[in-house]
Design a protein around this ligand. Structure first.
Ligand SMILES: C[S@@+](CC[C@H](N)C(=O)[O-])C[C@H]1O[C@@H](n2cnc3c(N)ncnc32)[C@H](O)[C@@H]1O
Length: 211
């Protein structure tokens, strides 16, 4: 959702301040990494930290690490014995993400797995309280199916960019938009979950697995 710049600034100014490690990570990402806008950013990061803190998950799975911003935010809400797995296919991002996991004091809480999430997920022998889907849009529905049985009843599956800059309501949709629209419809029609779309930044689809 595109808010007027002044309102966006007002919201940022009246929400929790971005911590110095996340600010540095964001700055380095924008200086050195291609497509830096993929990073969750301040407001969505605060939201993810809050939601994780409310759930106090023991296990989180993130699909799509990028430089580690959202992983750090969510890991802050883990239980004392908690662990966050994050998967990214791009091994060039690993060193930078791990440097910031260390700086955030979360290196022992975050396990970064490098490779194609579709191949890695089936081998994860864990039950997750929270899953964050934020990788290639064409595979959102595949990720949902792959993780579903690994989410505990009452657990959450959150997917990012589900409004795709508003393109989901266009009559003619490109492939990514079609995939995201199909994901939103799949989740809405799935009787095993209760869901809603939060119009924060590019839209978050939040689904809770029913007991
Ligand atoms: C939008 S970015 C993730 C942003 C990150 N969650 C954040 O908020 O900072 C998407 C990431 O998904 C990764 N990706 C794309 N396809 C993937 C796949 N099949 N398996 C694992 N990661 C994938 C990309 O390399 C990219 O780093």
């Amino acid at each position: 959702m595109h808010l007027p710049d002044l309102l966006e600034k007002y919201i940022q100014d009246h929400s929790a301040t971005e911590d110095s490690v996340l600010r540095e990570l964001s700055r380095e990402t924008f200086l050195k990494v291609q497509m830096p806008q993929m990073l969750s950013g301040h407001l969505q990061g605060v939201f993810l930290e809050f939601i994780s803190g409310m759930i106090q998950p023991d296990r989180i799975l993130e699909i799509g690490t990028f430089t580690g911003y959202s992983a750090i935010c969510m890991a802050k809400g883990l239980s004392s014995t908690g662990l966050l797995y994050t998967i990214d296919v791009n091994e060039e991002l690993k060193t930078m993400a791990e440097k910031y996991f260390e700086k955030a004091g979360l290196a022992d809480k975050i396990k970064l797995l490098t490779g194609d999430a579709r191949k890695i997920i089936p081998g994860l022998n864990e039950i997750f309280d929270l899953v964050f889907i934020d990788a290639d849009k064409l595979n959102y529905s595949a990720y949902y199916d792959l993780v579903f049985d690994k989410v505990r009843p009452g657990g959450y599956i959150i997917a990012d960019n589900v409004l795709w800059s508003g393109k989901v309501v266009d009559e003619k949709k490109d492939k990514d938009t079609q995939a995201i629209d199909a994901y939103n419809k799949k989740v809405k029609e799935d009787k095993r979950v209760k869901s809603f779309i939060l119009p924060l930044r590019d839209g978050l689809n939040i689904a809770q697995k029913q007991g």
